[in-house]
Design a protein around this ligand. Structure first.
Ligand SMILES: CC(C)(COP(=O)(O)OP(=O)(O)OC[C@H]1O[C@@H](n2cnc3c(N)ncnc32)[C@H](O)[C@@H]1OP(=O)(O)O)[C@@H](O)C(=O)NCCC(=O)NCCS
Length: 178
């Protein structure tokens, strides 16, 4: 599905092949890929193009990814959803030059609102590797709560790591909106 969402500082839009250069540049940074489960390092343009080819039309909300677009910069990150074994999972990354400005809180919060408004899902799952304090802070600001710990492979590190599992329930999300 093609959806565009605007926030005070960002546009969330469908990723396109034109984003391959930015995605390859910004994900070829271990400080980014080393926090993600499914992104290899090093990361090249062919990796970006292969991922973009999966962003075909007709995907459901639980399969939707948004390019995070900043004026004059283009795509500087991605926020989106995928279907995990236990439900829909929120994932995101932002290029390092743009960290620490509240941008992911804004982007992920907007994507979460869109998902709950577009679906009847009762919860969104997410999580982070145990050392990712910034990501935990983002999720806590959105109302996610820690529900457990698991082990998850980090492709860039080539290792299975401790993962903190989180969820945002619809009821918590709704209560925070009123
Ligand atoms: C995690 C990430 C998305 C954060 O994006 P961001 O735009 O910098 O996040 P925000 O600015 O919206 O919020 C970050 C919060 O983390 C806090 N934070 C940052 N570093 C921290 C640290 N080392 N310890 C504790 N809190 C930290 C910030 O203070 C801020 O919270 P605050 O607003 O209450 O002060 C970004 O760093 C990133 O893409 N990292 C690499 C990929 C990644 O980790 N993706 C998530 C995988 S689960």
């Amino acid at each position: 599905m093609s959806v565009t969402l605007t926030t005070p500082h960002l546009t969330l839009r469908e990723p396109t092949m034109d984003d391959a250069g930015n995605i390859a540049k910004y994900l070829n940074d271990f400080a980014v890929s080393g926090n993600l489960a499914r992104v290899p390092f090093p990361y090249g343009r062919a990796d970006a193009e292969a991922w973009l080819k999966t962003r075909r039309p007709g995907l459901t909300p639980a399969q939707t990814s948004f390019a995070i677009d900043i004026p004059a910069q283009g795509c500087v990150g991605v926020v989106g959803f995928h279907q995990g074994v236990n439900g829909t999972v929120l994932g995101y990354w932002l290029a390092r030059p743009f960290w620490g400005q509240g941008l992911m809180t804004e982007a992920a919060g907007t994507a979460v609102d869109w998902f709950f408004e577009r679906t009847d899902a009762n919860r969104i799952l997410s999580g982070l590797f145990h050392f990712n304090a910034a990501s935990l802070a983002v999720q806590e600001k959105l109302g996610f709560a820690v529900i457990g710990r698991s082990r998850l492979v980090c492709l860039a590190r080539g290792a299975e790591l401790e993962h903190i599992d989180t969820e945002l329930t619809r009821s918590v999300w709704k209560a925070r909106k009123t």
